[in-house]
Design a binder for this molecule. Structure first.
Ligand code: PMP
Length: 362
């Protein structure tokens, strides 16, 4: 009855409900730093736009996302037929996999990186080649290139990488792309691009002009604080976009999501203020970790990966005190919270790390 490809997959596990955590630990407040959401919320212009919009609940939404498409097209200097919109990048990843993969195909991706690339390749029956990150937490581009063969249809580059926050610089990326066969789609997932401050971060939209096999992904979930509205997009050549559009459900972006995204986009000062505050907290956090000699990966995103072999125990210690963070093999990923929350969390982490170290010695 079931599809064999799904046997070794697991459904997304969101962890226990917040109300349950609060009840079981007797907490009155939870600080959610486990999903890299925007801790500063969304522009107030979003609520205004939605309140002022005609609901039109009985009509299907604009299947072309025209208002959003034309605004983004002007801002980014990209033609309108180079965009594809989806119900978050989550859906775009599904659509890319659906359009490009089959059981004879393979993909190449880093490990660890965003899990959905793996999951949807497996659903399509494709082989997944997972290339461990380099010691510095970055993509090992040489090893990724070596993993490509004639079956490879997609190479995924998460830039900055979730969960490590590290990035591939322009020079390394250009050299890599030059070596990848032109019939392999290179997807640059830039979900966190707005938080980047590094001067040598790739100008990916220019890369599309030189390399038609490059596709860039961006989302309104992070810097624009619209995770709840589920809206993201891909930018590529009209040929690639058209191919993915064939598998897109026509009315995938709800009307209110399109309105919310447009309002958020038009309030650049709000987005920029989130990015600036994130940068300040990022500096404060890395200063703190440096002073305590706590190991982490340098991050360009709105989260940081702290290296520890006691990730599960640390996650539990934080949860008890009302902070939700994520545990991975080899470390924890913490969304960079508001400055006050972050100071509290860093103090908790520091004392938990000392406790765990003493426990280990005993
Ligand atoms: N790509 C990356 C790297 C992510 O971290 C996320 C969200 N966690 C997504 C894509 C999906 O984003 P969304 O569906 O909210 O647009």
């Amino acid at each position: 009855m079931f599809k064999e490809n799904l046997t070794d997959l697991r459904a997304y596990d969101p962890g226990p409900p917040i109300a349950e955590i609060m009840r079981s630990y007797g907490l009155t407040k939870i600080v959610k730093l486990d999903s890299n959401e925007n801790v500063y919320g969304a522009s107030p212009k979003v609520a205004e736009a939605i309140a002022g919009a005609a609901l039109l609940p009985h009509l299907y939404p604009d299947c072309r996302d025209l208002d959003l498409r034309s605004d983004l097209s002007r801002r980014l200097g990209v033609r309108q037929n180079q965009f594809l919109f989806g119900t978050g990048l989550d859906e775009i990843i599904v659509l890319i996999s659906r359009a490009f993969l089959n059981p004879a195909a393979s993909i190449v991706m880093a490990w660890p990186t965003f899990y959905e690339y793996y999951c949807h390749a497996r659903i399509e029956g494709a082989e997944v080649r997972r290339v461990p990150l380099a010691e510095n937490g970055g993509h090992d581009l040489d090893a990724m290139q070596a993993a490509i063969d004639e079956t490879t249809r997609i190479v995924w580059i998460c830039n900055p990488n979730n969960p490590t926050g590290t990035y591939v610089d322009e020079r390394s990326l250009t050299a890599f792309i030059a070596k990848v066969p032109s019939d392999v789609l290179i997807v640059l997932d830039e979900a966190y691009i707005d938080f980047v401050t590094a001067g040598d971060f790739p100008h990916s939209l220019n890369l599309i002009k030189q390399h038609p096999n490059v596709l860039v992904l961006r989302t309104f979930s992070k810097s624009y604080g619209l995770a709840s509205f589920r809206i993201g997009y891909a930018i590529g050549t009209p040929r690639v976009i058209n191919e993915i559009d064939k598998v897109r459900p026509p009315f995938n972006n709800p009307r209110l999501s399109q309105i919310a995204a447009l309002a958020a986009l038009q309030d650049q000062p709000f987005m920029q203020s989130c990015v600036r505050r994130n940068g300040e907290v990022r500096r404060m956090t890395t200063d703190f970790l440096n002073r305590r000699g706590i190991s982490y990966y340098p991050t360009q995103a709105n989260f940081i990966f702290i290296r520890t072999d006691r990730a599960q125990a640390l996650q539990e210690q934080c949860r008890r005190r009302g902070f939700l963070i994520s545990a991975f093999d080899g470390g924890i990923r913490v969304t960079l919270g508001k400055a006050d929350d972050m100071r509290k969390l860093l103090a908790i982490l520091e004392s938990a790390l000392v406790d765990l170290a003493t426990e280990q010695e005993m």
